[in-house]
Write a protein of this length. Structure first.
Length: 277
């Protein structure tokens, strides 16, 4: 993923080598990954909710398969009411846990507690529904930075005044852009996003792109900035290349913390059809 407002550094290196060098890559201890990501589309009628809890384990650098975690007990509890909602594994061995009716998440005045029990280890996290901002326009630009194959998308949102807002824009294809409203609080804000050859996305005229704006909190905003800096827009919800702490803790053994995050976002989407050049 490339930002428009960025400084491009170019390093020229000339390397010649004769001997084969073998590198010993560290294996590290296995940790649990918990991806608990939920969206509430409040602008749709009826309101649509989506999300799930995905449990996997970290793998070594060159491993291709990511092992899933089965047999866990997964719940979300409304702290104010004590109502608890259970999530079931959709298929044995999948590591994907779902609840058939997530409409209970559509409440800005409730704190939600996630609990994941795996064996004798309990993992917990807290989240609330974070507000988003309407996407009022999506246009196709003509900016080319790296090649003629670049595709610029110009997005305009309408920010709510007198509130510290943080957003995560999802442009599909595992391409994300975190933004905060520090410099445009309460105003319409326009920014550009660029699909490039490096993204390995083959977009053609007539293809439909879905742009989604998720409301997030400041902690997840900072988490995503660090994660994107390390992965450069790769598969960010698999094994991180370094220790990136989320908001989930291990109750019995805090040092054996999991990777991943629990978040609930108000989400706004807009479809855009790519035009001819």
């Amino acid at each position: 993923m490339k930002k428009i407002f960025c400084l491009i550094a170019i390093a020229l290196m000339h390397i010649s080598c004769e001997d084969v060098v073998e590198l010993e890559t560290p294996t590290g201890e296995t940790r649990l990954n918990i991806d608990a990501h939920f969206r509430v589309f409040t602008e749709e009628n009826p309101i649509r909710t989506e999300g799930q809890v995905v449990l996997t384990e970290t793998v070594n650098f060159f491993d291709e398969a990511i092992p899933s975690v089965s047999g866990a007990t997964v719940t979300i509890t409304e702290r104010e009411t004590g109502s608890t909602y259970f999530f079931q594994e959709v298929q044995a061995g999948s590591g994907i846990y779902q609840n058939s009716d997530l409409i209970f998440l559509n409440n800005f005045n409730v704190t939600f507690d996630l609990s994941v029990q795996v064996g004798d280890q309990q993992y917990t996290a807290t989240a609330a529904l974070m507000p988003s901002a309407p996407i009022i326009d999506v246009q196709q630009g003509d900016l080319e930075v790296f090649s003629e194959e670049d595709l610029e998308i110009i997005v305009t949102i309408s920010d709510t005044p007198n509130r510290d807002d943080f957003y995560l824009f999802d442009f599909g294809f595992a391409l994300y852009e975190p933004i905060d409203d520090e410099f445009f609080d309460g105003n319409d804000f326009e920014f550009s996003f660029l699909y490039t050859e490096d993204d390995e996305v083959n977009l053609q005229a007539g293809d439909v792109i879905t742009v989604t704006n998720d409301g997030i909190d400041q902690q997840f905003f900072e988490y995503m900035e660090l994660l994107l800096e390390q992965t450069q827009g790769g598969a960010i919800f698999s094994s991180p290349p370094a220790t990136v702490r989320g908001n989930i803790v291990n109750v019995e053994n805090p040092d054996n913390f999991p990777y991943g995050y629990f978040r609930i976002s108000e989400a706004v989407s807009r479809d855009f059809t790519i035009l001819e050049d």
